[in-house]
Design a protein around this ligand. Structure first.
Ligand SMILES: [Zn+2]
Length: 520
């Protein structure tokens, strides 16, 4: 990197370190305790079901499977940088979010975005929802008619560099823990031939694309088309384009962060971003652009990864944890002639899960029915969980709502920042580093994971944070920073109001004095 200001100690200050909370923080400058995006999915008490951060039954999908439900930012409770610019410009600013994942497109763009577009696993299109407009813009339909995705059917994904480079940095290609998901119809090793096991482009293939660098190529092509057709950066108003490259995360989950596949994705996304920046330079001029580069979370090495012959962590099914807690509750309360089988809220698809995002939701009606103290049972559940291997700490609703945790304790603070009373559980667990309780996917066609993220530890909280543009003095900055600092820093240099719940700091150490935004 030759230009740009880079914060080498940038960390998320919330837990769980998941996609939706990360993306929600970036452009709101706020943690989940304010912006409400506590996880990718959570248990919704009002409806008694699991919802996603962007589920919206009042919308339908555009350009996707006919009649499919759409998504929207209605669960995001704070304004974004884009929302502020839209408001200050009477909607003349254009704000567009693009990603392979719906949440990663929708949340950074915000409540009042012009549009958000994401990738359809059903038909390989770039899709949107009726939240933004009644039908997709003509250029989007035309882009989809080119069937760019279909062109990668049977494509080979091979290493960009000679294998010796990968052996040096990532180790060997074939590790026993890689690609646990046999339904992917993919191999553990290069070259990966992308068909998803299908004989022609169809759903299994469109899903397979998500786990390849071709997904990022599609996003770059679509982002370029958006810049061209929506004339981003063409007038005096500041426009916002967010592009989130989801495939790097998918490949990391499937093969683990130390894999040759992840190394190759990193090499390629560097070039893909270069392609996009060259396009921006040509059409808008980088001197008229602020570029921000960061990530929504880090990742943990796979638990089976060995150092000096010993695995660094442990992997167990989440159902073990749930069963231990349920059995403990039955032993304690059932003896008094109570049913005790329904004290934990369960939900889910093919299996009845009761633990989500390391949160346990208590069934308050059942507790009331049996005359059990709500505060007491929170502690009982926490203590039961602590007896399980790999569980390090627990926090109760009583502690978190009553602000009875020390914000000087970084783990407690990250749990508190991730706790939104009406959406979070009653007991929040923190595991030992490198330990996982894995969920069984609802859909058997969904990937089982080799590696994941979500903890409050450095490997999951630490992300790159680079801001580049005429306002920034290039260099490396050691002062601690967080991704919640991005939004207030951007609005500071753009001369607009910071987003409504923004609590991050302005990264003033890198802002050039006397900077005035140059208008073309
Ligand atoms: Zn992930």
């Amino acid at each position: 990197m030759r230009e740009g200001a880079s914060w080498i100690d940038a960390n998320y200050d919330h837990m769980p370190t998941y996609t939706a909370p990360g993306h929600a923080s970036l452009m709101t400058g706020a943690w989940p305790w304010k912006n409400g995006i506590v996880a990718n999915d959570w248990f919704e008490r009002e409806t008694g079901r699991k919802v996603s951060s962007v589920t919206d039954d009042a919308t339908t999908l555009l350009e996707g499977r006919a009649g499919a439900r759409g998504y929207s930012p209605r669960r995001l409770l704070c304004s974004t940088v884009g929302d502020e610019l839209r408001q200050a410009s009477s909607n003349r600013s254009t704000v567009i979010g693009i990603s392979a994942k719906a949440r990663s497109a929708i949340l950074p763009a915000g409540q009042h975005a012009s549009a958000a577009y994401w990738y359809s696993l059903d038909n390989g299109n770039m899709v949107s929802s009726t939240f933004y407009f009644n039908r997709a813009p003509e250029w989007v339909t035309q882009f989809n008619q080119r069937r760019m995705t279909d062109g990668w059917f049977g494509a080979r994904w091979d290493r960009l560099l000679p294998e010796t480079e990968y052996l040096k940095r990532a180790g060997k290609d074939d590790e026993p823990w890689e690609n646990l998901d046999e339904t992917s119809k993919d191999s553990n090793t290069f070259p990966h031939v992308v068909t998803g096991g299908a004989t022609r482009p169809e759903k299994a293939f469109y899903r397979a694309i998500d786990y390849t660098p071709f997904s990022n190529d599609l996003l770059v092509a679509f982002a370029e088309e958006a810049i061209r057709k929506e004339q981003l950066g063409a007038d005096d108003e500041t426009d916002v384009l967010t592009v989130s490259f989801s495939a790097n995360d998918h490949v990391g989950h499937r093969f683990g962060p130390n894999s040759q596949e992840v190394m190759d994705m990193a090499l390629r996304v560097d070039r893909q971003i270069g392609t996009l920046l060259d396009f921006v330079d040509e059409h808008v001029g980088l001197r008229n652009t602020v570029v921000v580069f960061t990530a929504d979370h880090g990742v943990s090495p796979v638990p089976e990864y060995e150092i000096a012959g010993r695995p660094i962590g442990r992997r167990a099914p989440e159902s073990d944890l749930q069963k231990a807690i349920e059995d403990g509750l039955k032993a304690r309360y059932g003896r008094r002639g109570r049913p005790a089988h329904d004290y934990i809220e369960t939900f889910g698809g093919n299996h009845e899960a009761g633990v989500i995002n390391s949160n346990i939701y208590l069934n308050q009606n059942a507790l009331r029915r049996d005359g059990i103290d709500y505060g007491e049972v929170q502690k009982v559940v926490g203590e039961l969980a602590l007896r399980m291997p790999g569980v390090k700490r627990y926090f109760t609703r009583v502690q978190l709502e009553g602000n009875r945790v020390s914000l000087a304790d970084p783990i407690a603070r990250r749990v508190r920042h991730g706790f939104f009373p009406s959406r979070s559980g009653d007991v929040v667990l923190v595991l030992d580093p490198y330990n996982f309780y894995f969920e069984t996917p609802d859909d058997p066609a969904d990937a089982r994971w080799t590696a994941t993220h979500g903890s409050p530890y450095r490997y999951d909280t630490h992300v790159p944070l680079i801001m580049m543009g005429p306002a920034f003095a290039a260099g490396k900055y050691a002062k601690p920073a967080t991704p919640a600092d991005i939004a207030p820093t951007l609005t500071k240099i753009l001369g607009s109001q910071a987003p409504s719940c923004s609590s991050g700091r302005v990264l003033a150490e890198a802002i050039k004095h006397g900077n005035k935004r140059k208008r073309r």
